[in-house]
Design a protein around this ligand. Structure first.
Ligand code: HEM
Length: 313
């Protein structure tokens, strides 16, 4: 084994945190989301016969006392939905107010925002007995659109280079990070940086003239290109070279993780201005739906508490 490849695992271990932490965080987020969705999903399955029954038949159904919006289970889910919905607004608050920096990094707050944003509509739907009439139906539609558009927002957000805390990186910081990633990949694989750069090169054109749809299309193409480049690199690195032992699976996995980050950064920086333009447009579209949902939820809660009498039938 050459000294470069012997040094590789140590060098790669030093570089491991940036490669591994995002995976760990993604896993934790998925677990949190599945856990959050478990209760409303279980209630929907349990009360299926009730939810699909016509309105008149629901009133006579055994589960009506529990599952109607003001019933024990329905109301509990409504309170969770309301608390979660209000909690969602802490993200823009944390983002706008520096004084709240002690509450955690923006990146972590956005992760929580996303888990809540994806689960609150389900809690609200089960609370409403899967019926969406009148004003609250309009509010629910807005909430649903915000949550769906959140998926696009998250996609754009992750295509802007950021530190782990969620703060945008400058071009210089990106260039430094890319240099250090290439050095780490070279150390992990024992291959010269120039050779790695040529295997990892991805196609891509200028982004200045791209409109919003063109930019989105290019971002998707870039994701696809990156996957192809990583497959090429995997094949290239897995091939034993004359006089050089084949790279072991662990180092290969690390090198590919680092390469994925390097490629993503190079594509993101090329598309940065176009991505920022689309993201700014996305904010303009996301905000009014979020505010409509907030108004509708507020009116609904006030009406429910003051006039409907939440303990009544
Ligand atoms: C009921 C659901 C949701 C509501 C009410 C809501 C509300 C908001 C609000 C008010 C903002 C700030 C907008 C601004 O600064 O202009 C925001 C930002 C954001 N939300 Fe949501 N959201 C919801 C669901 C989601 C979901 C499901 C996702 C992702 C899957 C998501 C991802 C984002 C992202 C990426 C941002 C922008 C972050 C940034 O620019 O710093 N949201 N959301």
């Amino acid at each position: 084994m050459s000294s470069a490849s012997r040094a590789a695992p140590r060098a790669a271990q030093a570089a491991a945190p940036p490669a591994r932490r995002p995976d760990r965080r993604r896993f934790a987020d998925r677990i949190a989301l599945v856990t959050a969705l478990l209760v409303p999903t279980a209630v929907t399955v349990w009360g299926w016969q009730y939810y699909v029954a016509p309105l008149g038949a629901r009133l006579r159904h055994d589960l009506h006392g529990l599952l109607r919006p003001s019933g024990t289970v329905g109301l509990a889910l409504g309170i969770v939905a309301l608390a979660g919905f209000l909690f969602l607004w802490l993200y823009p608050l944390r983002k706008g107010l520096r004084a709240l920096a002690w509450m955690g990094t923006l990146g972590d707050w956005l992760r929580v925002h996303i888990v809540f944003g994806l689960s609150v509509p389900l809690y609200a739907a089960v609370h409403a007995g899967w019926r969406f009439d009148g004003l609250i139906g309009l509010g629910y539609l807005s909430m649903f659109i915000v949550a769906l558009s959140g998926l696009v927002g998250r996609y754009l957000y992750t295509h802007i280079p950021r530190s782990q805390s969620g703060v945008e990186l400058s071009r210089e910081e990106v260039a430094n990070q890319r240099r250090s990633l290439i050095t780490d990949i070279a150390a992990a694989t024992g291959r010269p940086p120039l050779e790695l750069e040529s295997v990892m090169r991805v196609a891509g054109g200028a982004s200045e003239a791209l409109g919003p749809l063109g930019a989105l299309r290019r971002l998707l193409q870039d994701d696809f290109e990156r996957r192809r480049a990583i497959s090429r690199l995997r094949l290239e690195l897995a091939q034993p070279r004359p006089g050089r032992a084949a790279i072991d699976g662990r180092s290969l996995g690390r090198a590919l993780g680092l390469a994925r980050q390097e490629l993503a950064l190079s594509q993101q920086v090329r598309m940065l201005d176009a991505t920022r333009r689309v993201f700014a447009l996305w904010h303009v579209a996301h905000r009014p739906f979020a505010i409509t949902a907030l108004l509708a939820v507020s009116i609904h809660v006030v009406v429910a508490v003051l006039f409907a009498g939440i303990g009544a039938k």
